[in-house]
Design a protein around this ligand. Structure first.
Ligand code: PEP
Length: 256
């Protein structure tokens, strides 16, 4: 089994209508020089989903969303359900990002409910997890990952409807990255835990992304680390040329 890499861009709370020019440029570059055997996704803010869907139509870039409410509808002012995001064109939802876990005190139980909501709406849940700098210094990384994985992964999670993103909190937006050895250790650990939770066959097919300061300059080293099946990219996904630079790490790859 060869896992198809996924490189997803998380625009976070960035982007207005004018930013769609970057999407169009990315689509053009991929039209001229496609990146084979790789899923490519952009997750803009919800305000841009409908326009982004239009801008990306006819191309290969998939559309994702950031966060959702666990319920399908109801009296929850300001929230968006997975069904609404699917209706706007999203095929996946980022849940459990450390910025949500920190800024909104989101627990793994809530992340689990949001991942289930994504599945209910027929979408892929991209479940994020990662340790803080203090936890890494305290050699608690694997313990934190185990706790977050146990709590956040719904029982119905399968390789076809779920992606894990390992994102060390201290690496996000900092320009710092773990060593290849450290990333391989955590990704291998996640895959082994997935095997325990949902079975070895399913775990082998699961995509585990690395996220945290992925740039065109380091993508070549990070994306070849064992058990790394792509990247979740923040800052460097905002500019088409930077994001394409990251995707280029897969350009020479051929289907097995
Ligand atoms: C992120 O927040 O998901 C992320 C990976 O950010 P950055 O690439 O900017 O570190």
């Amino acid at each position: 089994m060869v896992r198809k890499p996924l490189v997803a861009g998380n625009w976070k709370m960035n982007g207005v209508a004018a930013s769609l020019a970057e999407l169009k440029r990315l689509k053009e570059r991929l039209g001229q020089s496609p990146v084979p055997d790789t899923d490519i996704m952009i997750c803009p803010p919800a305000t841009l989903l409908a326009q982004a869907r239009y801008a990306l139509s006819g191309g290969t870039i998939k559309l994702g969303a950031q966060d959702c409410h666990p319920l399908p509808s109801g009296a929850h002012t300001g929230d968006l359900s997975a069904e609404m995001l699917a209706d706007a064109g999203a095929q996946a939802i980022i849940v459990g990002h450390s910025e949500r876990r920190t800024d909104h005190d989101e627990t793994s139980a809530l992340v689990n409910a949001k991942a289930r909501a994504a599945h209910r709406a027929g979408m892929i849940a991209m479940i994020c997890m990662g340790e803080t700098e203090q936890e890494r210094r305290g050699e608690a990384t694997l313990e934190v990952i185990k706790r977050q994985l146990d709590g956040s992964l719904p029982q119905d999670a399968r390789a076809a409807n779920t992606v894990i993103a390992y994102e060390p909190v201290w690496a996000i937006g900092s320009g710092l990255t773990p060593t290849a050895t450290d990333i391989a250790e955590v990704h291998g650990f996640i895959r082994a835990e997935l095997g325990r939770m949902i079975g070895q066959g399913e775990a082998t097919d699961f995509r585990i992304l690395y996220g945290g300061s992925v740039k065109p300059t380091n993508a070549g080293e990070l994306l070849v680390v064992p058990d790394v099946d792509g990247a979740l990219v923040g800052g460097a996904s905002l500019k088409a040329d930077d994001f394409y630079g990251i995707l280029s790490a897969y350009a020479g790859r051929s289907a097995c």
